[in-house]
Design a protein around this ligand. Sequence first.
Ligand SMILES: [Zn+2]
Ligand SMILES: [Zn+2]
Length: 122
Amino acid sequence: MLSAASVVEWQVIVHFCVCGQLPVEAISIVYHLYEKLSRISGFTMLEMRPGCERCDKDLAPDSVDVYICSFECTWCASCAIDSMQGICPNCGGGLRRRPPRAAHLLEQFPGSTTRVFKPVQS
Ligand SMILES: [Zn+2]
Ligand SMILES: [Zn+2]
């Protein structure tokens, strides 16, 4: 069964096929790929990057004061809200609070240790 959200995505894919003038047979192939992708992506966890990409402040994976964009550019609350007004400077997308990872799962599913830090050039 497809959820409402994936039905919408499926419709977008069909629309894309039609607009791209792909043969009808291609649609079923695209659909299978899509199904496979969504199954894979269902198992994807957030990276939980360890620091703000703007000021390099430490951001714990169980902290609620962390903001991310859809690409998981990661920011502390004061950079995200005060300095960037809720818009990711890397991709232009909106920022949302990163869901904290439950403390009892951190041993099994630790946050990323790869720091991404791009100092502001101004
Ligand atoms: Zn910051
Ligand atoms: Zn971004």
